[in-house]
Design a protein around this ligand. Structure first.
Ligand SMILES: Cc1ncc(COP(=O)(O)O)c(C=O)c1O
Length: 465
């Protein structure tokens, strides 16, 4: 028999030969509902290349990314400094993950990260946002010796079982019980917090300073007052900065918007990856880590096989260096203000637009019941079928007609969320506002393709019941 020899591995060839099968492969072997959903709304595109805040389809059309891969592309795609750091770390052939030595990169990244939250002392590195939250929940329970975690209604902290226990949406939780002992309070409800703390079994409150679902910020003063109450009852404040951290909201961490807030544990992930290497980090106070790792026997009591790997650490270090060199946080604040101001100016012009909110480059646009009779009947028809359909009607032409990727900010919400790469510039803001204005004009004309599509969405929503 003829020996063909080793076949080797050629990534470019594989993609050239089989890239076109992407949707079929996904349908056959992965979550089959994703391609189905993408086809339904006409999002089943073939993107070939990406750079910064843009990507390109096979025909060379450019798309503006206002989603940043759910926030992981803080610096945009393929930032040259991050990319070079990854080439360099591979070329260095480090003795990584021996697990019985101390590598330099994790310590260096921890040192850099901690410089942004001087009241914190130590870092645990995992591999994702949900893992960063899981770590915080475990550490809080162990350090306080108490079982219960409080969280806020509508919160999102990840989808593994611990994080799911502090998720504020039934749609995610249903069918996965029993979860950890928990209690939800409304974001901003200090009375509820006080009531729960009196029971003496609370380890921590976990909170997103600005909630991803719906883009709702904690009311002014809430984080500081909650922290004071929690500490009075010997419980901890956990800030989930997985989405809001690393400049997204115009501060390095969103909790820093308000003076005096010093969370006991801070969860970071997404943008620290540079968009390349999954990573999660849980930052915390020394005494918490000392309790968890209280003896040599407990050295591995909380650990992760891939935690602190050299690629993730190199990407994180490069991201923080770029953020310093390019003043990314300031830039996000300024570009965010520009975008928000320009969108806010539209609220008086379009009756379907109710509010523009958020900070930095985390902006929510909320739609609501129009005042004119002409539009109200259409709005009512959509709402009767399913809440959130109007926002979907906006997201679809933004992509189809204007090649701008956005998302509805959570199920049953009439809110679209903008979390673009922090590197977008004024021309990107212009492009978005011009496109959004055109879509609003169409929506307010009350006819045309947009409302035809609305009727299709209504039919699907009714059929799916
Ligand atoms: C605030 C927050 N926490 C946690 C997570 C979970 O992160 P991951 O998807 O990396 O597990 C997310 C993801 O969207 C998030 O927005």
């Amino acid at each position: 028999m003829k020996d063909d020899g080793p076949k080797g591995f050629d990534l470019a060839r594989l993609l050239a030969e089989r890239g076109a099968e992407r949707y079929e492969l996904h349908t056959k072997h992965l979550n089959h509902q994703l391609p189905r959903m993408l086809r339904t709304i006409g999002f089943d595109k073939v993107y070939e290349r990406a750079e910064g805040a843009h990507f390109w389809d096979a025909d060379g059309n450019d798309y503006l990314d206002m989603l940043a891969g759910f926030g992981v592309m803080g610096l945009g795609r393929h930032h040259p400094v991050v990319r070079k750091a990854l080439h360099d770390v591979l070329d260095a052939s480090l003795a990584d993950l021996t697990r019985f030595d101390c590598q330099p990169l994790p310590g260096l990244l921890a040192e850099k990260l901690l410089a942004h939250s001087p009241h914190l002392d130590r870092v645990f590195f995992g591999n994702s946002g949900t893992e960063a939250v899981e770590t915080a929940l475990k550490f809080a329970r162990y350090a306080t010796g108490r079982p219960r975690i409080l969280y806020c209604a509508h919160a999102f902290h990840g989808l593994t079982t611990g994080s799911l226990s502090v998720n504020g949406e039934d749609g995610f939780r249903d069918g996965f019980a029993p979860l950890l002992p928990d209690t939800a309070i409304a974001l901003g409800d200090l009375d509820a917090l006080r009531r729960e703390l009196k029971r003496g079994d609370v380890a921590a409150l976990v909170v997103e300073p600005i909630q991803g679902k719906g883009v709702h910020a904690a009311p002014p003063g809430f984080l500081r007052d909650a922290q004071e109450l929690l500490h009075k009852h010997k419980a901890l404040l956990i800030a989930d900065e997985v989405q809001t951290g690393l400049g997204r909201t115009g501060d390095f961490y969103a909790y820093q918007h308000e003076k005096g807030v010093e969370p006991d544990l801070v969860c970071v992930a997404k943008a620290l990856s540079g968009g390349y290497v999954p990573v999660g980090a849980t930052l915390g106070k020394d005494w918490i880590f000392r309790r968890v790792y209280s003896s040599m026997d407990r050295v591995l009591v909380h650990s992760a096989s891939f935690g602190s790997n050299a690629q993730a650490m190199a990407a994180g270090l490069a991201v923080l260096a770029v953020m310093e060199d390019e003043a990314t946080v300031d830039r996000a604040r300024r570009t965010g203000e520009l975008l928000r101001d320009r969108l806010t100016a539209l609220v008086d012009r379009y009756e379907l637009m109710h509010e523009v909110r958020g900070r930095g480059l985390m902006i929510g646009i909320e739609f609501g019941r129009p005042s004119s009779l002409k539009l109200r009947s259409r709005w009512t028809m959509l709402q009767a079928a399913r809440k959130g359909l109007f926002a979907q009607m906006v997201v679809v032409p933004l992509l189809q007609k204007h090649r701008i990727l956005t998302q509805v900010s959570g199920d049953h919400l009439e809110v679209i969320k903008l979390i673009p790469p922090l590197v977008i510039d004024e021309s990107d803001v212009d492009r978005f506002v011009t496109a959004f204005t055109a879509v609003m004009d169409d929506a307010h004309s009350g006819g045309g393709l947009m409302w035809d599509f609305g009727r299709t969405l209504v039919k699907q929503a009714v059929a799916n019941r």
